[in-house]
Design a binder for this molecule. Structure first.
Ligand code: GRF
Length: 200
């Protein structure tokens, strides 16, 4: 583990962020809760060596682990997460399916963000540019974000929050991705806080 946990304050609600990409949402969540009295970003979990999100963990001095597929789909890393007293799991660009072992250990405590208005444009293989390309190809007039609970199916659990943006006729996958990222950054951290505060 990098940056071993030196935060002994167990009175706060402890979040683990699972991410495998550049981590722009992860950075926004860290910034949002940096001085929070009740919520602490306690662990970054990543499945890709060299991913940008690991540099964020390093810079922010947050413990991080790079997970292996075999172990993840066996014990879901549940023992480590429990040992670290993780309360909630926040997915922010994590592409592996979450195993049942993990879902059962954190019932209604795993949240994902998807860059489209589910139930449309979700499911296996629907991530990143594939989502935006499909939205444009279908001639949709709007797209957006969905924050939802995670169950054993891809992009399927109960919706917690959605926000929309317009799709313009000159939008490209890149320009649409930008609009979506703006929505994600604006709403994901605040929705997480709202959820945790009301569920406690
Ligand atoms: C986000 O667009 C999110 O909707 C999806 O993965 C992307 C992660 O982006 N699940 P970033 O790494 O946080 O920039």
């Amino acid at each position: 583990m990098n940056n071993p946990d030196n935060n002994n304050d167990r009175s706060k609600t402890r979040l683990a962020i699972f991410a495998s990409g550049t981590g722009s949402n992860t950075q926004k969540i860290i910034d949002y809760f940096r001085n929070d009295d009740n919520i602490n970003i306690s662990l970054i979990v990543c499945n890709k060596r060299g991913a940008g999100v690991l540099q964020i963990a390093e810079r922010e001095n947050i413990p991080s682990i790079v997970i292996e597929k075999g172990k993840f789909f066996t014990d879901g890393y549940v023992p480590i997460l429990q040992e670290m007293k993780i309360d909630w799991i926040i997915l922010a660009g994590f592409l592996w399916k979450v195993p049942v072992s993990l879902i059962q250990a954190f019932p209604n405590r795993i949240v994902n963000i998807h860059p489209a208005l589910l139930p449309k444009y979700g499911g296996k293989g629907m991530y990143g540019h594939f989502v935006h390309e499909a939205v444009l190809a279908a001639g949709e007039k709007e797209s957006g974000i969905t924050i939802h609970y995670v169950d054993e199916h891809f992009d399927h659990g109960e919706t917690i929050f959605q926000a929309k943006c317009r799709v313009d006729s000159n939008d490209t996958p890149d320009s649409l991705a930008q609009k979506i990222h703006t929505l994600e950054h604006r709403y994901y951290p605040a929705t997480i806080r709202e959820l945790i505060t009301t569920k406690k």
